[in-house]
Ligand binder design. Structure first.
Ligand code: GLV
Ligand code: MN
Ligand code: MN
Length: 419
């Protein structure tokens, strides 16, 4: 029962599993993972599937200018304009990612909306399942939720490029959308009653503790940027080693120094280069340019800025050592956030009501929830990741944990929509 005496329905575990398995087919890779990067053909296909599912279920679906999807269930007992409860996540993946990151929270939110509709539960607030665009940051860290929480100007949008150097505005046009509409996505604080996101933990804390549900206390902050080293392009056979100004050697030297840069800031700071671009890219050519794409994180904003400075300072030193020029471009800083204590309580209560063992923990992964937390009270529910694996085809969560997490999501959304 909710506090207002309404029986809490449960999700259809079989339907949720069917949806997760089906959606894993969009962008499925030979390794058993998923490559469904934002605005790709696979992304287009999963969006079309979602539209069709909602049509079948009689649910209204709307897509905003940047590609965020809102699936709405009206409340019988709500005055017009009552702010909705949001639940959601994302359906894009990293290249060669897993089947659960984002898909779990998105499809569980869809299932929650379907169950509330089927049971014709008397709600006092509308509920919207939200699927955020480009959470994985092909074009910008947490693109869709940043567009909702902060908004983008046309100039900012025009500068954003994807991993392959393509322009975001071209990608939006390629999806059949008007890029001008992407400047009109911001939502005002107060326009959303609350937001809840179910997600796999992507680490091994819950598994180690034997807890089935994680109550997320805070989300890490993320910095993104790139360092470019410029040297001199030369012949690989005729240029003696001491005379080279090899841009890639500088990049390699910087990568070796990243652990020390992170350690100098805190025990939990992390820095990663997952994309390295080398020009001109010939096996027999000394590289003239190397671009190091960086992701750096900490739970404290000041320390993120210190980490950025430590990396840039190491890069300056490296450039001096190898006779290179270097430049740094910051792309974004997404602040860490604590999650709302009352939302943590609601999640913990919903889990305890279902007999689940819970554990409070912070998230080392970024989530759209950290942007939405600027707009509305926000909570996150984690379920265990087998062996802590994520951003890999090895990502796995048991169907039992999927069902438990989805039921905790349903109960939390219902508590919020009936208060
Ligand atoms: C999202 O998965 C992130 O942490 O980058
Ligand atoms: Mn995710
Ligand atoms: Mn992810």
């Amino acid at each position: 029962m909710t506090s207002s005496g309404i029986p809490v329905p449960t999700v259809s575990a079989a339907r949720l599993r069917r949806d997760l398995e089906h959606v894993a087919g969009y962008g499925a890779t030979a390794s058993g993972g998923v490559s469904r990067t934002s605005f790709s053909e696979a992304d287009r296909q999963v969006r079309a599937w979602l539209v069709n599912e909602c049509e079948q279920a009689g649910l209204a679906l709307r897509t905003d200018g940047i590609g965020n999807v809102f699936i709405r269930l009206e409340a019988r007992d709500a005055a017009a304009g009552t702010p909705p409860v949001w639940a959601g996540s994302h359906l894009d993946s990293v290249p060669e990612g897993g089947r659960f990151d984002g898909a779990l929270g998105s499809l569980a939110a869809l299932e929650v909306v379907r169950r509330l509709a089927e049971e014709d539960v008397p709600l006092r607030r509308p509920v919207e399942a939200v699927v955020f665009a480009d959470e994985e940051g092909s074009y910008h860290h947490l693109l869709g939720s940043t567009a909702v929480a902060h908004g983008f100007t046309a100039d900012e949008l025009a500068r954003l490029r994807g991993r392959d150097g393509d322009l975001l505005v071209d990608a939006l046009e390629g999806m059949g959308w008007d890029p001008a509409a992407a400047t009109r996505t911001a939502v005002r604080p107060g326009d959303v009653h609350a937001y809840v996101e179910l997600h796999i933990e992507q680490g091994s804390v819950l598994e180690s503790a034997g807890a089935g549900i994680g109550v997320v206390t805070a989300i890490v902050g993320m910095g993104g940027g790139h360092i470019e080293f410029r040297g001199r392009q030369d012949h690989a056979g005729t240029t003696p080693m001491p005379r080279r100004r090899d841009a890639l050697r500088g990049a390699g030297d910087l990568l070796v120094r990243l652990p020390e840069a992170a350690r100098s800031v805190s025990e939990t700071a992390v820095a990663t280069c997952g994309i390295l671009h080398v020009e001109p890219g010939g096996a027999n050519v000394v590289p003239g340019l190397a671009r190091v794409q960086l992701d750096f994180r900490d739970s404290d904003r000041t320390r993120i800025l210190q980490l950025e400075e430590a990396i840039v300072s190491a890069a300056r030193d490296v450039a001096d050592c190898h006779g290179l020029e270097m430049s740094y471009t910051r792309e974004s800083i997404t602040d860490p956030v604590p999650l709302n204590p009352r939302m943590q309580e609601l999640v913990a209560t919903a889990a305890a009501d279902q007999g689940m063992k819970t554990l409070n923990l912070p998230s080392g992964a970024g989530h759209d929830a950290q942007n939405v937390a600027r707009l509305a009270p926000t909570g996150m529910i984690f379920v265990p990741s087998v062996d802590g694996r994520s951003h890999s085809p090895a990502e796995l969560t048991t169907w039992e944990d999927v069902e438990a997490g989805a039921n905790v999501l349903l109960a939390t959304v219902l508590a919020l929509a009936t208060e």
